[in-house]
Each structure stands twice: as C-alpha cells, then as structure tokens.
Design a protein around this ligand. Sequence first.
Ligand code: SF4
Length: 501
Amino acid sequence: MGEQLKIACGVFGAVNFQKQPIFPYIYWGLRAQNHRGHQSHGFLTYNNGKFHAHRKLDLVPKLKTNAIQEWFGRLPGYIGIGNVRYTTSGKTDEKSLIKGTQPVTASKNGLKLAVSFNGNVVNTIQLKKEINKEFADFSYECDADLICHKLLIELTKDNNLASAVKTCMREIEGAFSVAGITRGGEFFSFKDPYGIRPLCAGHSKDHSTYAFSSETVGLNINELERDFEIEPGELVTVSKDGFKREKLVNSRKRAFCAFEFAYFARPDSRFDEKYVYEIREEFGRNLVRENPDIVKDADVILSLPETGDDSALGVHEESGLKWERASRRHRYVTERAFILLNRERYSTIDKKINILAPKIKGKRVIVTDDSIVRGDTTKVTIEKLCKMGARKVYLFITFPRIIGPCFYGIDMATYSQLIGSKHIPEEITKIIGADAVRYQSIEGFIEATGFSRDQLCLACLTGKYPTPLAQKIAGEMKERFLKGYEETGRLYEIAETVEKA
Ligand code: SF4
C-alpha cells in the first residue's frame, strides 16, 4: 500500500576511458532509479571542455532505437552525470520545476561546474546570503543550486577540488550525495560528513568504465560491479587507474537514512553487505516474533504490491501462515500516488491495485506494509479490505512509528502531517479502522539492517537529529506545533520562518 512519500533524487554518473559515448550508461542508470524521483530527469555530458545537457519533466522516457544517433549527437562525450528528481525543496510550480531540474551548472572566472545531487540542505538561508554576494543574478530553484554555487565559490579561491569540497563539507549542513564534473573534465563524487543518503561506486570488468550511483541497481543494469559505498566526508575522484578516495572530514558519526531500508530503496539494491530485500524479510520475521498474539488470531497474510512483499515473505516463513496473493496490480496504471500532487492523490489511490475478494472473505488478515505517514492511504485500503469481506484486519508496519519531520531529503516536512506525531498506536488503530496496528520495534529494525544504532539516522523515529541546526529547528517546530500553531508547508519555508524569528 505504501504511504506515497517523496524522496529527493537519484544520482548517476559515469566515465569511459575508451572514449565510448557515455550517454547510454547515464540513461540506463537513471531508468533503473526512476523510483527515486518522478517529477523530472536530466542528462549532462562533458565533451572537450563543454557541457551538453538535456532536462525535462516526468519520467525518463523510452527511447526509440532509430533516435539513438540523434541522442549521441545531442549528448556527446565520455563523461556524464544524470539525475531523477522529486522536489523536496524549492518551488513546485511547473516553471520552477523545470528550472530546478538537475544536473545544474554554475560558472565564474572561467571556472565551470556541473552537479547532480541527492539530499536536502538545512542551512539554506545562510548559504543563499553568501552566494548572493558572489553571484548577483543567483536564482535559487533547488538545493543543488546551493551546492553547485558554494562549491564553485570555493573552487575560485585556489582551484583545488579537495579543499573546495572540504570547505563545503564543513559549511553546508544537511544531506548531500553529489556527483559532478569540472570544466577541466575532472569527474568526482562526495558525501556529507554523516553519509545520510546513499551513493556507491562501481566499475566495468575491463576497467574502462567507472560510475557513481545512488543505488546498486544503477550499476547492475549497466553490468558494472559494485566497489564500495562512499564514506561520510569522503571525496572520490576517478582516473584511468581507478578510484582515488580521500577522507576529507572526520565524521562524528555515520547517520545513514533508516527509511531507505524500509521504503525508498529498491529491494534488489544493496547497502554495505546486505540486500534490501533480505533486510525487509527479516523485518517480517521480527514482526512475527514481536506479536505472537496477533499471529495466533490470524488466518492469512496479505501484502499489497510491492513495498510489503518482502516483509510478507518473512512473516510467512516465521509464522507458517499462508501468504495469499490477494491483490493484483493494474499493469498499465503505473502512477504511484506519491508522484502526484495533493489534489490528484485521491483520484488515483484506488486505481492501481485490484483486490481479490474470494481470497479474503471471512478471513482474519495480517497486512504487511512499510510505513504509516499521514494514515490517509492506509485508511482507504483498510476500508476496501473490510468492504471485500475481511473479518479482521491487522497491520504489521516495518518502519517504527514516525514522530517527527525529516530535514534530509524526504518529504515529511511538518509534525502536523504525521499521524504518529499526534497519536499512539492504539489511537491510530481506531482512526484508520484496523483491528490492530503493530509497528516493528526500533531495536528489531536496527538489528535487521546489520548497521549499529550509531550508524543510522533515526531522527524521524526518535527526535534526535544528527546535525545541530536540524535539531534546533525541529525543537522550535515541535514547540509551535504543541502550542497549536498552524504549520505552513515545506520544511525550508518553515526553517526560514524559524531562523528569522
Ligand atoms: S529523518 Fe528519517 S527519513 Fe529523514 S534521513 Fe533520517 S531516517 Fe531518513
């Protein structure tokens, strides 16, 4: 069922040292990661000191074979970066979305830079002020603009990429996983000192191609082997000899986004040693171990495709309960409600999945799902199951209760939009009309990931934010929320209000 959240972006970049056109790699790297951003896509290649870009709204398109030569002509070169985006910062009208499509570029004093970015910047106000001093015509459309311009400002000081990136790591607060190209053809990537969003590196068997990708699926589709996940505070550059890794900033802690495991990442992607699907199966097993009373009172397990499928297998294996494939996806209704604007959400929510009434009629069902954010989608689904004759509906939720907003690239901007910030599970059960809602424990969740608690960002679950300004803003927002102030939209606007106050 999924709760239709938005993630900021998917990043892919590659270089081919046999000077083969890089466009096909970028194209497929983004196609494999379109789940990370549906609103817009962009390709940028580098050829003889020039950048060539193609940016458009919507999904990465299918290409006709006979148009390939035209694409090669439009995007020449053997180095390239690309991005798929869903805005979690900046304006959301169509004109702004087009302007905010990545990769972005900036130029100054003969230097030029192109950047593809995933994440969210927290100290936007301070950075905008600084950039405005250097670029009179600076127009902010998305956080990638901040990263690109700030990096360029630092580069103009001594034209040293490592020291420029190091200053960015020290002075930009937030989540940023970046792939970029300089005008001189230097291909690089780096991550914030907490390593909040994913970004991995890989190469082709013959070592002619090297790439960076948000998820390993971007490497797989290009038949590239995964080498490593970029470390927090690390800069990676690429030459014919391979990757050069430099740890520029010592991180206080790693804070990899826990929500990647539960919802965003594709199940066939891998972070560190484990595949996401393995972790989700373990989530299901944990939920069975943690809730024997529910398992005892259930007849079947039901997962609504596709985010609950892996955990449903875990529930089935651990409990022995039958896993019914009681729902089918309408094959050519491809929209996920989270890609839609609010006003469109309700009209499509019900259209993607068909539930088979005979499979659930008169049965007590456990439904596995990844998360409950607002609760509206979940409520609709439960109503539907009851209408189809389910006798009882129990919900197993793999991501523990979300109690606070995210400042690092996920579209959970306010306390008021989160059902879990206002209600305990018993109340949520009543609101959404289930017979019980059981969340996986935070401890069980952490253990299943294979990471330790101090390697994960759990801020939306615990209220403990890894970066100081985010912690401060969250505290002030919570105070206002508890006093009953209306929360007005997106997190960067709220952050501006708070900073100005
Ligand atoms: S606050 Fe939650 S969603 Fe945001 S980065 Fe941290 S774990 Fe991920």
